[in-house]
Design a protein around this ligand. Sequence first.
Ligand SMILES: [Fe+2]
Ligand SMILES: [Fe+2]
Length: 183
Amino acid sequence: MLSAEELHILSFYRASELAGSMLLGKLALHTNHDHLRVPLTEQCLEEAKHAWMLTQTIDKLGAVPTKITQTYQSELGKVYGFPESTVDILCLTRVLEVVALETYQRHVALRGVTPAVKETLEAIIEDEVGHIDWIQAELEKYAGGPDGEKVKHAIAASEAASKTVSEKFYENPLIQRYLELAT
Ligand SMILES: [Fe+2]
Ligand SMILES: [Fe+2]
């Protein structure tokens, strides 16, 4: 049986994965960069799979995912602004991946984590590592190009925005209570 805190946190992960998938799907559909079409489509699929894995886990534990409207993606967009270039998109995707990976790693390390949740998060973690690798490699190509300075600035801005969103996440009383209970 899931606690209210655990259900909230899992529902938040699920919503963020789903929002990530939808965002990547839109990018895969609209991008003018031929070489990004394949990896963006694949990542859209994997984020949808993560949302589904979390949904199944919540369902198996006898609960229904809670409706969450404030996801990492929506909050990051508010701080960073609407991504206008491919570099912006890659920067935002990169920090979203990093924050997801760090959050899941922190979660599976908690003593009180439900075994089924731990298993799901560990499977997701494996995929997220691959996501970070290709985006990082892609960004490095841009950072070494003629717009290198602009790219480095965008990377720094996205990291600052991500830090703000992450801090807000951990300020949520439900999240704090969960961390207290499970640590
Ligand atoms: Fe994911
Ligand atoms: Fe990912």
